[in-house]
Design a protein around this ligand. Structure first.
Ligand code: SF4
Length: 313
């Protein structure tokens, strides 16, 4: 059976989409360009999101004191030593909010990244409240000469949750930024977390319908990961009953239901996150991400399930 995305996998998978787009393997290189966030630096708040521990995701070559060009070159040699060689790379501005700076500074950084040989595009992780018309004009101009995707942290569609985790923006802010970015013809990604405090399973499932109505190209899902030293670790100690922390099997069952409700046009970049054990409050799930994915695809097969099967019901 061929699905609307043109292959037999039961969801609209990111690696297949990228291969179709670029004709070969493309490697993302994670960068830390020295940004902060408006809910950390006092612009809107302090302390950051209560679940956030950026260090948990930064590879060793990715240090904000190093210029972007150097981080990219070190990233390329890091990946060459470990994995199959890719000839195309995406500069992934990942750490913190990568549009939280004047547009002139953003232009310098993004253009610097694009000058490195092999870099064919930009992935820019940011918050919905760190975008404006000038920044969108810059990104539109860049997107006319290379692949550009803006990944917005949505995290939840519920304002009660966003407030509780100290996001300092609303879901409406996210929806507006996504629409404005898509209107410029720029690829838009979204990031969502399942298991934030106070959200029920039914509320999380309901978010599939709400998100499906947004003009997103791609989406990433993570189960809530509790990191040592975060405000959320403390909150969990005080109110464990407020958290729905999925076991691996529960999560895959949930994701199966979720993905059936999800817009089939969305490219699914991830269905779960991996917690580096040294940062984890609780023992992380056993298998690596690729093994979780194999298990998930087997489950979709067994239950004759696929992305969008119940979309629009
Ligand atoms: S906006 Fe992103 S990087 Fe900033 S504190 Fe929240 S999760 Fe962390």
């Amino acid at each position: 059976m061929n699905f609307p995305w043109g292959h037999q996998r039961r969801f609209n998978s990111y690696p297949d989409y990228m291969r179709k787009l670029f004709g070969s393997r493309v490697q993302k290189l994670t960068l830390d360009a020295g940004f902060t966030c408006p809910n950390r630096d006092g612009t809107k708040g302090v302390g950051g999101c209560t679940f956030c521990l950026n260090d948990a995701f930064n590879p060793s070559y990715c240090v904000s004191q190093k210029p972007v060009t150097r981080q990219i070159k070190e990233g390329i040699s890091f990946h060459e030593k470990r994995y199959r060689r890719a000839s195309k790379y995406l500069a992934y501005f990942q750490a913190f909010s990568n549009t939280h700076a004047p547009v002139e500074h953003l232009s310098e950084l993004f253009n610097e990244a694009l000058r490195v040989e092999g870099v064919v595009g930009l992935v820019i992780g940011t918050r919905p409240d760190c975008m404006d018309d000038k920044k969108l004009a810059l990104l539109k101009e860049l997107s006319e000469r290379c692949y550009v995707v803006v990944e917005y942290g949505i995290e939840s569609v519920y304002n009660k949750t966003l407030e509780r985790v100290n996001r300092c923006h609303t879901f409406e802010d996210a929806a507006e930024a996504i629409r404005k970015t898509a209107d410029k013809g720029i690829h838009v990604g979204g990031h969502v977390i399942f298991g934030l405090p106070g959200e029920s399973r039914a509320e999380m499932l309901k978010s599939a319908e709400i998100l499906s109505a947004l003009p997103l190209n791609s989406i990433k899902f993570h189960q809530l990961q509790l990191f040592k030293g975060t405000a959320m670790e403390q909150e969990y100690k005080e109110k464990p009953g407020d958290f729905l922390l999925f076991s691996e099997d529960e999560y895959l069952g949930f994701m199966l239901e979720y993905i059936e409700l999800l817009n089939p046009e969305f490219v699914v970049e991830r269905i779960a996150g991996e917690t580096p054990p040294r940062y984890a409050v609780m023992r992380p799930w056993g298998p690596r991400y690729d093994q979780i994915l194999v298990k998930f695809e087997k489950l979709l097969e067994e239950r004759n399930s696929w992305q969008g099967k119940r979309y629009g019901e």
